[in-house]
Design a protein around this ligand. Structure first.
Ligand SMILES: Cc1cc2nc3c(=O)[nH]c(=O)nc-3n(C[C@H](O)[C@H](O)[C@H](O)COP(=O)(O)OP(=O)(O)OC[C@H]3O[C@@H](n4cnc5c(N)ncnc54)[C@H](O)[C@@H]3O)c2cc1C
Length: 417
């Protein structure tokens, strides 16, 4: 066994959650330069199965951290959805999203975090965690590391979560995706700068949706096309589960060349998505969880904004903990349940239960009652102008006002502050 390396803070996983934790921490505590270490099983730039859609809330976090989005991206200005009860299009003046490639985006974050003083140890897989005498000992393929705090930011299959909180797979969804090269003049996603979502698979028992996002791969226009299922029922490795999802994906976008996708083919990528469950715990002793390891949006599987929100909360808690505030990590757990992100994730869990439940037609109908209500809903989801931080009462008042009176979003915003 190689000798133990000691540091103040260890972060398992150098994805958005781990890197955001480091970026926020080192921004507020530059004295920790060189004493914060991230353990990453892979090596940047590395592929990540993800559509790469950044909501405006993530762009706000990047601004807060002073990070310019210096990677190829596509701006999206409207969102189109097909449902079992009809279609909707929601336009906004401001972008509703920005699509990046995760290998480039995560490598950008890693460069910035290194510049701020994070030490990233790559090709270093975490295999186990032990806590004793107020310290955390992390076993990896490259020896053991010891720290005062450990952040488990190692994704949906988190080894930290498994070692510390036990094995639980009941809150793991699944998403499949592929990329198709397209002519930007022909593809509506480019021509009209839109996201396309298709929720009609809910009628066939899938708790999720199919998507098509415009993106750039090596400068060439592509569509990232995929399907999310919050509760896949078949065994996760089963070819038939994938085949059923791929069939739904082909049904959603019959005009796209997806016929070659088969249940066991290598031309699509599949990955788990752990979603938020309010019964989960996010802190135990000196170990906390962030990002997918903790659990993200159950409705859409969006998790990059969560990674930044968790990272910011984790950084604040760690800083206080290092200053001998012994309950700071317990407060972090409470923040993830009851803070802005926790409250948003609870609402999204509620929405997932209803939009993907037996009465989904009623809920899709309700969501189509008013265009203004859809704009309010989209802005809330996107955290545009931080509207996801408004109280539930204000949100309900805005929604009801727009449905009942058709009032414009701007007018309602003025009236409700
Ligand atoms: C198909 C698909 C499409 C998606 N599309 C979107 C989207 O458009 N927008 C959006 O916001 N979200 C999307 N998501 C979700 C998003 O990808 C995640 O929420 C996000 O990556 C979470 O960041 P993270 O840092 O928590 O985890 P990850 O990005 O998974 O990062 C975890 C890191 O930990 C490393 N790691 C894992 N295990 C270990 C270990 N044992 N030891 C050391 N290192 C380890 C990994 O290599 C990785 O670098 C999508 C997910 C899928 C599967």
């Amino acid at each position: 066994m190689r000798p133990t390396r000691e540091c103040e803070v260890l972060i398992a996983g150098a994805g958005p959650a781990g890197l955001a934790t480091a970026l926020y921490l080192l921004k507020s505590r530059p004295d920790l330069r060189g004493r914060v270490v991230a353990l990453e099983k892979s090596c940047h730039p590395r592929f990540k199965t993800c559509a790469g859609g950044l909501i405006p809330k993530t762009r706000l976090a990047l601004q807060e951290l002073g990070i310019a989005l210096e990677v190829a991206s596509v701006t999206v200005r409207s969102s189109r959805a097909r449902t079992v009860v009809g279609d909707t299009i929601v336009y906004r003046d401001e972008p509703v999203g920005t699509v990046v490639r995760r290998d480039q985006f995560d490598a950008l974050l890693a460069r910035q975090a290194r510049r701020a003083g994070l030490d990233i140890v790559e090709h270093c897989r975490v295999v186990g965690v032990e806590q004793q005498r107020g310290l955390v000992e992390v076993a990896t393929e490259r020896g053991t590391f010891e720290a005062r705090v450990l952040v488990g930011a190692d994704g949906s299959g988190s080894a930290v979560r498994r070692s510390t909180f036990g094995r639980d797979k009941t809150t793991i969804g699944r998403a499949l995706m592929t990329d198709i090269e397209v002519d930007a003049k022909v593809a509506v996603e480019f021509a009209e700068q839109c996201y396309r979502f298709d929720f009609r698979c809910v009628g066939d028992g899938i708790k999720g949706y199919a998507w098509s996002f415009p993106c750039l791969i090596e400068g060439r226009p592509h569509l990232n096309v995929g399907i999310y299922d919050q509760e896949p029922r078949a065994p996760r490795t089963s070819g038939s589960e994938h085949a059923a999802l791929l069939d739904e994906l082909k049904r959603a976008f019959p005009e796209l060349p997806l016929q070659h996708l088969r249940g066991r083919a290598a031309n699509f990528r599949a990955a788990p998505i752990r979603w938020f469950d309010r019964r989960d715990r996010y802190a135990q002793g000196s170990v906390i969880l962030a990002g997918d390891a903790a659990g993200i949006d159950p409705l859409m599987g969006e998790g990059i904004s969560c990674a930044f929100e968790h990272g910011k909360a984790a950084a604040g808690a760690i800083s206080q903990f290092l200053d001998h505030d012994s309950v700071a990590l317990t407060r972090y757990d409470r923040e993830l349940h009851r803070g802005v992100t926790g409250r948003k994730l609870r609402k999204l869990a509620f929405a997932a239960r209803h939009f993907y439940g037996p009465h989904h037609r009623v809920f899709f109908r309700l969501s189509r009652l008013s265009r203004h209500a859809q704009e309010i809903g989209l802005d809330w989801y996107n955290g545009a102008r931080r509207s996801d931080e408004l109280s539930t009462a204000v949100l309900v008042a805005r929604w009801a006002g727009s449905v009942l009176f058709g009032a414009s979003v701007n007018w309602l915003e003025k009236r409700t502050g």
